[in-house]
Design a protein. Sequence first.
Length: 212
Amino acid sequence: MGSQAVGYGGASGEFAATARYDQFKYLDPRELAPTVRDERHRFTFSGVIDLPGGLQISPILQIASPRPYTLNAGSDLNRDGVNPSGSGANIQGADPCVPGTVAPNGRVCPQNTGINSQTGGYDLDGNWQSGGFFLLDLRASKYFNLGRVREGMSIGLFFETLNLTNRVNFGNRFTPSVRSSSFMTTAGLATTTYGITAASPLQAQVGLRFTF
């Protein structure tokens, strides 16, 4: 599935704008930008697969394009009274950073500093992360028929894994302020970005069902 969500100032019907270039020009063309939850592509697959020997597996796979955020100046450049603190992915009303500005950590504000124009950043080890979303959960089950012991009796064994690939999904949770020493570095996990606990590490659990 492909889509694009845009709005003035990166605003949408449920989220406030993230920036203003000119307070006296409300519909400034520069402010027509993707919303903070814009995903150009999303793919979801789930199913139940029967394998030989009575083994059954049920995967749930989710893949999505990275969500955007705005690199901000960390100060009130247009004097509109909004002065961001420098944390979080999007500060409402924050002014985009000036291209070429060097952050305390040595990273430079790029040329494309439009509203919600950035996708990705660096993890705590300094490695580039795209910000894309990937999550694979898997459930395997096996039933043993004990009908010879008693009619309708069976035992089911289950094995479930959450985040099978142990991927960390940062989403758009990167520090946007060019005045911060963690400029473009992850500011947290993507739990609040996607509304699910998608950032949890690999987890596994086993279960047993006895039917009689």
